[in-house]
Design a protein around this ligand. Sequence first.
Ligand SMILES: [Zn+2]
Ligand SMILES: [Zn+2]
Length: 224
Amino acid sequence: MDDNTQDFKTGDIADYRSAYRQEFIAPTYKGNMHLAFTSGMSLLIIAICIFNLDQPTWLEWMTVPLTFVYANFAEWAGHKNVMHKPVKGLGLIYRRHSLQHHRFFTHQHMPVDSTQDYKAVLFPPILVTFFLVAFFLPMALLTQWVFGANAALLMVVTGVAYFLNYELLHFSYHLPNNHWVHHIPGFEKLKALHTTHHDQRVMAHKNFNITYPIADYVMKTWKR
Ligand SMILES: [Zn+2]
Ligand SMILES: [Zn+2]
């Protein structure tokens, strides 16, 4: 059976969702607490870094656009090559994304049913912590060593803000259709790209940017 290419009908979605909830969502799980953890951790790191900045020069400020573009391509590459292809040692990420997230939500069934379902959207807190420690810490130390403290702090601020933006946008794409986020200018256009990505027939080929489709446009994987 190929989980990746099947198109699931309404009944299948309902069955899969209840099986997923049984297996992965503990009754004590609180979706709002999960969201608060991701947002709180990210905002705390951003605030500490901004507080420690010491009058950056314009050259040091250039870290912000450079990190943004780097993050956009990293998002594209990670989604395409790790989340949609089983990579040795990172199989958990593939399973969570391709085999679970993409079965829980299809282009015809994008919204969550309750706050419990946030579990199927947000990165688990343990992965967030791992991501921050294993990815940002060495990057920050390297940047500090080569370009100085201000550049390292601005890199972390931009990178963590980008990650939080990714999580909040993706989360919002899966909120109910009558939610106020849909009134934010441009939101519907971005959501439409992710909805297309949730079509099981194109998910492994198109719209790998969850945020802004810059890398998708450059790499020609953009689909309206
Ligand atoms: Zn999604
Ligand atoms: Zn995907």
